[in-house]
Design a protein around this ligand. Structure first.
Ligand code: HEM
Length: 506
């Protein structure tokens, strides 16, 4: 017993002295201010328990500690930029040093992190993945070209067909799901030139969502990296189990095409993303990028593109519709604009967008209020100074996009849906963001969203077509209480209760 007491008091002494030392070191290093961390767990309770949604808890803390703030999550030092000015320091001035990533430990399941464009350090492999994605799938030239434009149009028509059937039968429409299924099918066709049948689509979606949900769970391994190998909460294993099924479906596509190419099937040389990557892998050594393209590389990239596209596009459409359903004036205004510009044309094409400024303003305002990626996670690859404070090498550097988009000095009445504010600032604020970074839904700098050209095309044409073709009303049971606008954060920030509405052909 005496021995145990001695042991416990020595342990306590060690913990307390290392805690005191840490506080002293932080002061000496001139880290940005922040709430005082508790011994061992640091500020975990401040971020994870108070308010539950980290972007909101962090915005509240920033009101107290300022636009550049330090937190300790377990043993990890986290610096949070919550204003346009500090975001500019992270995403522009010091972007070369601050564009690394600290991947969640789960992402190491199935070795995914080693080939994932989301988490790779900004070096050769990451550059190669971004180059391939931009050149062969996601550039405006490709998306507006003969190969992909028809696929984008078919996704819009497929969604309209689905909604028409529901409208005709008088059933409610799950707005996000209607858009989601079409985007998923579009992705699969653009990557593999085959469509997704409904059961596979549902299965794939379920596994992808579960995998990501695992990776975002608060995980001891992320807060105490020294313990990561033990995977105490089995988060990495959970991620791997779900990702395995996604990988399996992607492997089937790769192997089927490889076999067909080897059998000399002329039809197998397709100009889709898989075709491009297989050509590269066969040309091994011709250039440095080709040499990187193997099965692991391809499989991880297809998975990432697939994960990135789905909930982001459909989620934004769902939020926009929820806002419009509660703002009859804005709904009438956007539908009138569509009627004036499109007349009897059945759906919106991207080439119509320049004539639809109010639709554009509705989408920008939706992305401002409901940033799909509310916290952009970077890592300091070198120590830098921001506004006289130290951002130490290795620290996680979060940009709180949600806080910037709700800054009352930049956005009067920040919680209100007012598309008109973007009509006034059309010149300064594009979808790429604003020069002063007050609007950054797709982030900025070297890691800026790779899918922006696809996202803007799909959101405008899908939402515009839904609004042009149908009259929308809320379900009777929510008319009185209003739509539940609460948020949940998965891979992206989504509506906690999926939006259902009634559609009637116009
Ligand atoms: C509403 C739609 C979307 C929004 C708001 C959005 C936003 C973002 C944001 C904020 C980031 C983080 C950037 C950073 O770290 O600085 C990101 C990264 C990324 N996005 Fe998107 N995204 C959307 C749709 C898409 C689509 C459709 C694709 C692909 C088809 C895509 C592919 C990616 C990729 C690959 C990255 C990782 C970039 C990197 O780390 O280098 N996104 N996105």
């Amino acid at each position: 017993m005496a021995l145990l007491l001695v042991f416990m008091s020595s342990l306590l002494f060690m913990l307390l002295s290392s805690y005191a030392l840490q506080l002293l070191t932080d002061v000496r290093r001139r880290l940005p201010p922040g709430p005082r961390p508790l011994p061992v767990i640091g500020n975990l309770l401040d971020v994870l328990l108070v308010g539950k949604l980290p972007h909101r808890s962090l915005a509240r803390l920033a009101e107290q500690y300022g636009p550049l703030m330090t937190l300790r999550l377990g043993t990890v030092v986290v610096i949070v930029a919550s204003s346009a000015a500090t975001a500019r320091e992270v995403l522009q001035t010091h972007n070369t040093a601050l564009s690394g990533r600290n991947p969640p430990d789960a992402w190491n399941g199935m070795g995914h992190a080693a080939n994932s464009v989301f988490v790779l350090p900004p070096r050769n492999k990451w550059r190669a993945l971004r180059r391939i994605g931009a050149e062969h799938l996601l550039s405006p030239r490709r998306l507006d070209g003969d190969a992909l434009r028809p696929l984008l149009r078919d996704a819009v028509l497929g969604m309209l067909r689905r909604v028409s059937e529901l409208a005709a039968s008088g059933a409610p429409v799950e707005v996000g799901h209607a858009a989601f299924a079409s985007v998923m099918d579009l992705q699969w066709r653009a990557m593999f030139s085959v469509g997704l049948d409904e059961p596979t689509s549902r299965e794939l979606h379920g596994f992808a969502r579960e995998a990501v949900a695992h990776s975002l769970r608060p995980n001891v391994s992320d807060f105490f990296p020294a313990l990561a190998a033990a995977d105490l909460q089995r988060v990495r294993r959970g991620f791997a189990t779900h990702l395995a099924r996604v990988y399996q479906l992607i492997d089937q596509q790769i192997e089927r095409r490889r076999d067909a190419r080897q059998a000399g099937d002329g039809d197998a040389r397709k100009d889709d993303l898989l075709g491009v990557m297989l050509d590269m892998s066969e040309e091994q050594g011709k250039d440095a990028v080709d040499a990187l393209v193997n099965q692991d590389f391809m499989r991880a990239f297809f998975t990432d593109i697939f994960l990135a596209a789905n909930d982001t596009i459909s989620g934004t459409i769902e939020w926009a519709m929820a806002e419009l359903l509660q703002d009859p004036q804005a709904m009438t205004k956007v539908q009138q604009e569509l009627k004036n510009v499109l007349g009897s044309k059945m759906h919106v094409e991207y080439s119509d967008i320049n004539q639809l400024p109010y639709l554009q303003a509705v989408i920008k305002e939706t992305l401002r209020l409901h940033a799909v990626v509310p916290l952009v996670p970077n890592k300091a690859e070198a120590t830098v100074k921001i506004h006289g404070h130290t951002v130490p090498k290795g620290s996680t550097v979060l940009v709180n996009v949600w806080a910037i988009h709700h800054d009352a000095e930049l956005w009067p009445e920040p919680n209100k849906f007012i598309p008109e504010r973007f009509l006034k600032q059309q010149e300064e604020v594009s979808f790429q963001g604003a020069v002063d970074l007050r609007f950054v839904p797709f982030s900025a700098g070297r890691r800026t969203c790779l899918g922006l050209p696809m996202a803007t095309r799909m959101i405008h044409t899908m939402l515009g077509s839904l609004l042009h073709r149908f009259k929308w009303t809320l379900l009777r049971e929510v008319e009185g209480s209003g739509v539940d606008m609460s948020e949940k954060v998965g891979i992206t920030m989504a509506m906690a209760s999926p939006l259902q509405a009634m559609a009637r052909r116009i």
